[in-house]
Design a binder for this molecule. Sequence first.
Ligand SMILES: [Zn+2]
Length: 391
Amino acid sequence: MKLKTAIITGASTGIGKAIAQKLAKTGFRVLLIARSSGKLKQIVKEIESEGGQAEYYKVDLSNEQDIKGFLKEVENNIKAGNYSQIDALLNIAGVWHDKKQVFAGTDFEKFDDNVIKNTYAVGFTAPTLLAHGLIPFMKKACHIINISGTFENGAKGWLPYYASKKGLEELTYGLGEELKHKGICVNGISPSDTATEEYSKWFPDCIEDAIDPKEIAKLVVDIISSNKTGTIQVIKKYDYSKEDVQFVKHAIVLAKKSLKKGMFPSGALLVCNGKIISEHLATPYPKSNLHSDSKCIDEAMNILNKPLNQCTLYSSMEPCLMCLSRAYWSGLKRIVFATKKESLPYVLCYESNLNNYSLLEKFNSKIEMIHIKELESEILPLFEQWQKVML
Ligand SMILES: [Zn+2]
């Protein structure tokens, strides 16, 4: 099999290392870049021992001459026929700590000038120069992937790092647009806190809630096997917050109330900017078309008098076809629920032949459907009781 060639910066640890190992197993010769060669040598050895091909380059990405030197080496290798093109460039390296300190929590005016310059150089200028220098060696279906970050708590505390990564996202969008006609794909991945060696060193208490770098490596493989371009894909360990859990619990309370009144055990609420706009129980038979999800959507549309694209629907159960379609036409972008359709073995709850997710794929605008599995056990007994009432 002819190997493809990928260049990976920041490859000595964490996300870069995970991506290098993954790509080496999926048909790539990986060219690994980092500031020091010690760890890179070890990774090259590991990859080779598993039958992969890897080379390492000691490049200081804050140094323009180093970057030029590396680009020259790539050019020479291509001229020599060692490989014919660069199939993927992965800009991973970023500066958010040095050996002695982590820059998180630092007030902007307290940053050392050199740290700011170094952060921009490695996190923004280097990816720009690498893309600039390597595009001539890229063709249709080659990929540039830039790693940024979600910064859930905002820019405050590590503004230079934040700015370098947000700049990189803008570069991703702009370059994606510009290279469309050549068929070169440019995408970004914006991960939440990731469980790297450095992360566990500086934030040992948060490691449980951080993403496994291997998840990011998997997403890289997905992107490379697609022809999408100009996207930034957010990846988080949890796609819901503690606040989401509280609101879904509230929907479960409403479902319990419904059941107490002898009605179908469902409840829903619609929330905009943390504020409950509408909440509803089920409706007694025979008005079986008035579902709690639909009632919440209709009432919120009346109250807010605008599309619901800033709102979230919280429900005790996955919405039915009618409620999902209503959500679509209301502009809703996010639905969070306690129990999945497949977990409810009662044909009466849903039109059993239709799958929401295959429908979602066909919608013109995306609706995020989030299942909070940990709450499912609270809702299932309600359906058992309801079935007894019905029969
Ligand atoms: Zn419904």
